[in-house]
Design a protein around this ligand. Structure first.
Ligand code: FES
Ligand code: FES
Length: 161
């Protein structure tokens, strides 16, 4: 059975007709949010991560029909001068780039909850995200750098950019 949902995606209210079993991953990609990637398709790699009201969700496991009125952020909806993306670029934290949108969104979630995470806390938070290119050291360095810069610039706790 189909239904209409009205999520807000990257600040834009959308009116979407979805089937009961449509995955949030597919629906978001169909409306052009192709930074949401399909990796494993079973909740084990983090490539499909989106933020719903700031909390990470594996969109490959999520039924779109449950996201009526949700506030969804995908990596391509972050501002051009996003501090986490800048830190990733500066740290060279990307090879093929396939996994990076998921890592960036997980980093935002972490820094909003814990503005000065230890290396262990970063690693714990990213445990469910896989980078097949093995860019983990650069990703860790990028998040530490973003955290350091936020503390130096006095960005209030919980703010994403
Ligand atoms: S594609 Fe969703 S967790 Fe891997
Ligand atoms: S940069 Fe290639 S999978 Fe992570």
């Amino acid at each position: 059975m189909s239904a209409t949902i009205e999520p807000t995606v990257n600040g834009v209210r959308r009116r979407l007709t979805v089937e009961d079993d449509d995955l949030l991953l597919d629906v978001l990609r169909q409306i052009g949010r192709t930074s949401v990637r399909e990796g494993c398709g079973v909740g084990a790699c983090g490539a499909c991560t989106v933020l719903v009201s700031g909390r990470s969700v594996s969109s490959c496991l999520a039924r779109a029909i449950r996201y009526d009125q949700a506030e969804i952020t995908t990596a391509d909806g972050l501002p051009e001068d996003d501090d986490v993306i800048e830190a990733f670029v500066e740290a060279g934290a990307m090879q093929c780039g396939y996994c990076i949108p998921g890592f960036v969104l997980m980093s935002h979630e972490l820094l909003a909850e814990n503005p000065q995470p230890s290396r262990e806390e970063i690693a714990d938070h990213l445990e469910g995200n896989i980078c097949r290119c093995g860019t983990y050291p650069e990703i860790l360095a990028a998040i530490e750098s973003a955290a350091r810069r936020r503390s130096q610039s006095g960005v209030p706790i919980g703010e994403t950019t």
